[in-house]
Design a protein around this ligand. Structure first.
Ligand code: A2P
Length: 337
């Protein structure tokens, strides 16, 4: 059982990364009751400082004994780091909210989107996993529809920003853009292909039947979060030259014929969702507008002209916020309620 306190000692593992930095901002913005904040990263970041509620906090090197007295660890330093260090945190009595893929499919670890399955949080044994960003951004608007008209199958194509590959990938997009515009060759370090003025199939490893890891995560994680192994998902994931916020074109095969006006009403009341769907102005979700927002923007609500039970949507959601840091902090908020 998690011991209730008025304030908690929180460690951010990977505090200097794109998601880690967003976690600090969100803890501050949402006034999470933090007593001591410990910022953990690699030895490369020693000397770096971050401001938190007006106080300067120095980054410490992540070590096995970094978790003494810590209540909650927000982890976002990569899968291998979580695999290695989360057990030390749990042993020291902390609860780890892990933003990596290390534990997501572990049957002993709840995989949680607070708008969908908050009750799973209480089943934790020390680790709670945050889903993959593409899964979160897809499911937050799909779930309220699923609750009233069961989703049998999802076809989804993603338009994923550089932020999903971390802070260095965002810098690579910026530097490549400057280089290309100045007539210089674009240097590749993080992505396998030029990201500036280009797009390519998601840069995760290709696995079974030609699907990449990102696509397989979307399939398996959806089934786990929905507690429904029957739901079918066919994803295609693509990296696009956008700094932050992922977009997704989603097609839902529903149990019953959808009524667009009713779906719009359901979505306009759903938590974590904002309807952006102005046909007259041709104004729909865009990653630039989703960036920095907590809500997932949803629009282009259309019936499928070729099938009576199909529904089309287009969504944009901030990959660093709802797709990662915000979802993790929301889990922590439920944990301490
Ligand atoms: P550092 O900045 O010191 O390398 P991103 O996903 O944006 O690239 O961020 C990755 C985060 O994980 C950073 O905070 C990074 O710290 C941290 N990290 C990476 N490798 C290690 C490691 N071996 N030990 C501790 N933290 C690490």
């Amino acid at each position: 059982m998690f011991k209730k306190k008025s304030k908690y000692n929180v460690a951010v593992m990977g505090a200097t990364g794109a998601v880690g930095e967003e976690m600090l901002k969100i803890l501050e913005e949402r006034r999470f009751p933090v007593d001591r904040l410990v910022l953990l990263a690699s030895a490369r970041s020693l000397g770096k400082k971050y401001s938190f509620h007006g106080k300067q906090i120095a980054v410490e090197e992540l070590k096995e004994n970094s978790f003494n007295g810590i209540d909650i660890v927000l982890a976002s330093a990569g899968g291998s780091i979580s695999k290695k260090f989360a057990p030390f945190a749990v042993k020291a009595g902390a609860i780890v909210i892990d933003n990596t893929s290390a534990y997501r499919m572990d049957p002993n670890v709840p995989l949680v989107i607070p708008e969908i399955n908050p009750e799973d949080i209480q089943k934790h044994k020390g680790i709670i996993a945050n889903p993959n960003c593409s899964t979160i951004i897809m499911l937050v608007p799909v779930y309220p529809i699923h609750k009233t008209n069961r989703v049998k199958r999802i076809f989804v194509s993603t338009y994923q920003s550089a932020s999903g590959a971390g802070a260095r990938a965002m810098r690579e997009l910026e530097e490549q853009s400057r280089d290309v515009l100045a007539g210089r060759p674009a240097k590749k370090e993080i992505f396998p292909h030029q990201i500036a003025f280009n797009l390519f199939s998601h840069n995760s490893a290709i696995k079974d039947e030609g699907y990449n890891e990102e696509e397989l995560k979307m399939v398996k994680e959806t089934q786990k979060i929905f507690h429904d192994t029957k739901i079918k998902i066919t994803p295609t994931t693509v990296r696009v030259p956008v700094f932050r916020a992922h977009s997704e074109s989603i097609y839902l095969e529903l149990e019953k014929t959808p009524d667009i006006a009713r779906i719009r009403k359901i979505l306009s009341k759903a938590p974590g969702v904002k309807v952006v769907d102005d046909r007259e102005k041709n104004y729909f979700p865009m990653p630039l507008e989703a960036s920095g927002q907590d809500d997932v923007l949803v629009g282009r609500l259309r019936k499928d002209l070729s099938s009576s039970k199909g529904l089309c949507l287009f969504v944009s959601g901030d990959q660093l916020r709802k797709g990662a840091a915000l979802n993790a902090v929301q889990i922590a908020e439920i944990l301490i309620q």
